[in-house]
Design a protein around this ligand. Structure first.
Ligand code: C5P
Length: 218
């Protein structure tokens, strides 16, 4: 019953999602994008016209979240939400609902259910600390704030959005500060996590580093 888990935590726009998904594909394992669950909760709250800081209502929404992950597509209440949840405003809203302990508790079992044979690669902020503390391998994946802002900037430009790099840098720093400062399951580098600073690394190099660590512990 012991399913191997690789937990990859780190700040926003660090590229941990891309790296985690590629590591999962290389190993033939399942992949959990835990941030998507917080984004979906926030989107559902906004769509219902509720307040992001109304703990009771937001928790009810999180507990009853109707989502399915199908081959790279994410459905919310049966509708395609794949692109919608990637909006900056939804990421911002997600980090607000994520400070509520009852919301985190409501999403806990849903995340643990992703751990199925032959293994799981999970990315987020508290994969190694709260959701999968027994993970076989823990990685703290980061990059300088400037590098993360520039990666996010290029992504948004490629999508045809008009964006300001300084605004993006500010948003990233504000979101990190909120994720690090919250009292429950804050973003942190655990003592037993391997530090992977990708500021100067390609995606391929980052994926290889994780796979090498996995080989060393498995
Ligand atoms: O990783 P992503 O940017 O999609 O996450 C959106 C927000 O959800 C984060 O800023 C964070 O506040 C929250 N989150 C969290 N715990 C996780 C994953 C995401 O609190 N495991």
């Amino acid at each position: 019953h012991l399913i191997p888990v690789i937990a990859i935590d780190g700040p926003s726009a660090s590229g941990k999602g891309t790296v985690a998904a590629r590591v999962a594909a290389a190993l033939g394992w399942h992949y959990l994008d835990s941030g998507a669950l917080y984004r979906l909760t926030a989107l559902a709250v906004l769509q219902r016209g509720l307040q992001l800081d109304d703990a009771q209502q937001v928790t009810a929404v999180a507990a009853a979240l109707d989502v399915s992950f199908l081959e790279g597509m994410i459905l919310l209440d049966g509708e395609d939400a794949t692109e919608l949840i990637r909006a900056e405003a939804v990421g911002e809203a997600a980090s607000k609902v994520a400070v509520l302990p009852s919301v985190r508790a409501a999403l806990l079992q849903r995340q643990r259910d992703f751990a199925r044979a032959p293994g799981l690669v999970a990315d987020g902020r508290d994969m190694g600390s709260a959701v999968f503390p027994e993970a076989t391998l823990k990685v703290f994946l980061t990059a300088s704030a400037e590098e993360r802002a520039s990666r996010r900037y290029k992504q948004l430009i490629a999508k045809g959005e008009s964006v300001n790099i300084l605004q993006i840098l500010q948003d990233i720093e504000q979101r990190d500060a909120r994720d690090r400062a919250r009292s429950v399951a804050p973003l942190q580098q655990l003592p037993d996590a391997h530090l992977l600073d990708t500021t100067q690394l390609s995606i391929e190099q980052a994926v290889k580093a994780v796979l090498d660590w996995w080989q060393a512990v498995s």
